[in-house]
Design a protein around this ligand. Sequence first.
Ligand code: SF4
Length: 81
Amino acid sequence: MQLYGWLFESTFKLKPSRLEVYQGDKTIKGFEYSGGDIVLKEIHDIFSILNLDKPPYSEIEFLKCDDCDFVELCTKLNGGY
Ligand code: SF4
């Protein structure tokens, strides 16, 4: 989401007043725009992860995954937690 804010700011030279996402349950969720420096740091972090030789270890577990919309798929692909 923040990347869209950065693209808006870069294109129109204005900070977005707010970011919104239309969710699967037909509600709109609003976010504050974090600013370009934070977005660029997040992009840098993503490319750093993509350039790792091996994917970072991230265990599938109850506290992290319970509210995630992908938990059924992840459990099926990774054998559950
Ligand atoms: S279930 Fe969701 S939070 Fe948990 S590992 Fe999969 S994608 Fe990540």
